[in-house]
Design a protein around this ligand. Structure first.
Ligand code: IMP
Ligand code: MG
Length: 183
């Protein structure tokens, strides 16, 4: 079974549902009024953030657009280098809109640094980041995340959208992958 590959569960299904609901409620409160009238676009980067994005949007009680980008980061192995190429661009017109980037996990922060620069060039009214997880590690790019689900340990984790070699995304919880499986 897939669940046998997890050495420790960090966030259960219930933990995730509770925290996602809290973030959704915070966004609803923060964007009610003027931003909601101007238009809200929740944007995620495929594929890791898709599950978080789907759950989060159902917890935001405001009209919004959902959009997706696909990027590839070039780097050695599991490390991202910050050089990003866009495989699928945003479909929505972001001009004058309030953009909320839904991220699965902030690790080095290089991908998001690039993405925020790119999005700023598309003329949005505002751009904020909602990340489900932020890894506690050295040398993370300084990124202002308005919404953070959990500060997580610097381990290789999978589930709820996060993969190892495209597997484990469908685990309903988040856990640490057994080290013997990737060493
Ligand atoms: P970075 O912040 O540019 O280093 O890259 C973040 C991306 O790397 C995330 O969106 C994930 O797709 C992936 N990533 C980083 N840490 C992990 C992990 O522990 N498990 C699975 N994917 C991860
Ligand atoms: Mg990602």
């Amino acid at each position: 079974m897939q669940s046998d590959d997890i050495s420790q569960v960090l966030y259960t299904e219930e933990d995730l549902a509770r925290r996602v609901a809290e973030i959704g409620a915070a966004i609803t409160a923060d964007y009610a009024g003027e931003p909601a009238r101007q238009g809200i676009v929740v944007l995620s980067v495929l594929r890791g953030a898709a599950i978080f994005m789907a759950d989060l949007c159902r917890r935001i009680d405001l009209p919004l657009e959902m959009d997706y980008m696909a990027v590839s980061s070039y780097g050695s192995g599991a490390k991202s280098s910050g050089a990003v190429s866009i495989l699928k661009d945003v479909t929505a017109d972001l001009t004058g809109k309030h953009v909320i980037v839904a991220e699965d996990i902030l690790d080095s922060g290089l991908t998001l640094t690039y993405l925020l620069g790119y999005l700023a060039s598309r003329g949005p009214a505002s751009v904020e980041v909602a990340t489900l997880l932020r890894k506690q590690r050295q040398g993370q790019a300084p990124i202002d995340c308005r919404y953070v689900g959990f500060e997580c340990p610097d381990e290789f984790i999978v589930g709820y959208g996060l993969d190892y070699a495209e597997r484990y995304r469908n685990l309903p919880y988040i856990g640490i992958l057994r080290q013997d499986l990737y060493q």
